[in-house]
Design a protein around this ligand. Structure first.
Ligand code: CMC
Length: 431
């Protein structure tokens, strides 16, 4: 393979630098700009990381033009059809699909760590019933560092592995506790004879006064959504986990910062915003008026669940969810779903509208996910929490990859400073 070389010439001095393009296993070359600061005393300026690769990674690959998403090389469509969330978590973290015995052991490890320390459970009482569950979940995850002092050495691979098992196992329990707190219902302890998603649904919906039977169709639909949300290379929350983790902070703190970043409506909060938007639009005849507002430069309204920094084609996850929606809704006995019908019409109109076509705006993963969550009985305010449960697998994998790299460096971007130059302090009486 030939390495592409670039020469940068500083016109005023004639000084040149030779820059190598690093070749990935698949995808665009990445220019190594490290010599620029040393040779020329200049930094690169790229707000929003529009053209910057912030790290090297072997975990997930996206081709945004073709609508391709691979976890460790495996197409997400194949994993969605044949795998399970726990198997995908194993794949993301360890790099290979597990052999049957490895998957059994991983499952056992996750199952054994599902309970929360009772002191942690008391934290929820400090929140008002109407506290957003993302506020509760991020706070409780950050607090976990106060409970596991014996396994917080980030340089110890076994400690890192115990952390990985703990956080993946406890995220459903932490999330269910937030939900029960919102409802004012008693917390439901995990049931270790149930699989990951069935246990999650049981903790959400069981009550002590009557028997609750998990619907296997619902558990399977949830498992699919978790697979599709499990990782997405260097998205904002994963990059946040990496940046926080690069300081050497404990992994629970790094995860909590990722959860906080996910909450925003441009990222994981979009699934909640999509349902809100559909409910506000209400009926198909209101779509043109809504889209006119979206296209109006003087308005801040966006078509939520549309557009993506990387995908300039269909988000493959959205395709899978849309195709599955019909089947899942039918299996759950919810064939007539007016919001789903409205979403389909909205998508159709937007995909034929010059504004969205010319900007290559397509539905993303969050356009349809909320419709399935709703059909499962999960309320809107919990949607982003569901995303966080799934993305925990990706965050763990990226944090592990970064920490186990001996060349890891603290993440420390530079800036283009445009503030005042040095000036003297003025006493308050003189201002
Ligand atoms: N509705 C209306 N216009 C849009 C939208 C949208 N959803 N998304 C992008 N645009 C316009 C944008 O205004 C800009 O127009 P112009 O060139 O006239 O200024 C153009 O398209 C390019 O957009 P951008 O803002 O430069 O793109 P970005 O890469 O910075 O933003 C995004 C990506 C996902 C934040 C944005 O598309 C968006 O806000 N979408 C809605 C929120 C959403 O669904 N987020 C979930 C993303 S997928 C799940 C996840 O990864 O968390």
């Amino acid at each position: 393979m030939t390495t592409r070389k670039f020469t940068l010439t500083e016109v005023s001095t004639g000084k040149t630098s030779s820059l190598d393009a690093l070749s990935p296993s698949v995808g665009s070359d990445v220019l190594n700009i490290a010599p620029l600061a040393k040779d020329h005393g200049v930094y690169t300026f790229d707000p929003g990381f529009m053209a910057t690769a912030a790290c090297e990674s072997k975990i997930t690959y996206i081709d945004g033009d073709q609508g391709v998403l691979l976890y460790r090389g495996y197409p997400v469509e194949q994993l969605a059809a044949k795998s399970s969330f726990l198997e995908v978590s194993y794949l993301l973290i360890y790099g290979e699909l597990p052999a049957p015995a490895q998957l059994d052991e991983f499952r056992r490890n996750i199952t054994r760590h599902t309970m929360l320390n009772e002191s942690l459970l008391r934290f929820y009482n400090g929140f008002h019933y109407d506290a957003h569950p993302m506020a509760q979940v991020s706070a409780v995850v950050a607090s976990m560092a106060g409970f596991y002092h014996e396994s917080l050495d980030i340089h110890n691979p076994r400690h890192r592995e115990i952390f990985a098992h703990r956080i993946i196992a406890k995220m459903p329990t932490i999330s269910a506790a937030a939900y029960k707190h919102m409802l004012g219902q008693p917390f439901v302890y995990p049931q270790n004879d149930l699989d990951y998603c069935a246990n999650l649904l049981n903790m959400f919906f069981a009550v002590p006064c009557e028997h609750y039977q998990v619907d296997p169709v619902a558990a399977k639909a949830l498992d699919l959504l978790l697979i599709l949300h499990a990782d997405h290379e260097q998205n904002a929350s994963t990059s946040t986990v990496r940046l926080a983790g690069s300081t050497g902070t404990n992994p629970y703190a790094a995860m909590a910062s990722g959860i906080a970043a996910l909450w925003g409506p441009s990222h994981g909060g979009a699934n909640e915003a999509v349902l809100q938007m559909l409910e506000e639009i209400g009926t198909a005849d209101a779509i043109p008026k809504f889209l006119a507002k979206v296209k109006d430069k003087n308005e801040t309204t966006k078509l939520m669940g549309f557009g993506h920094r990387v995908y300039k084609n269909f988000d493959p996850r959205a395709k899978i969810i849309r195709e599955t929606c019909h089947q899942v809704l039918a299996n759950l006995g919810r064939v007539d779903n007016p919001l789903f019908e409205l979403a389909l019409k909205l998508e159709h109109i937007a995909l034929n509208d010059e504004y969205f076509v010319s900007r290559k705006l397509y539905p993303n993963v969050d356009f349809y996910s909320g419709i399935i969550y709703s059909a499962l009985g999960i309320p809107r305010s919990m949607f982003t929490v569901m995303f966080a449960i799934a993305r925990t697998a990706g965050w763990v994998a990226h944090w592990q990859e970064m920490i186990s790299d001996p060349a890891m460096k603290i993440g420390r971007p530079r800036q283009l400073y445009t503030g005042p130059t040095a000036r003297d302090y003025v006493d308050i009486e003189a201002r």
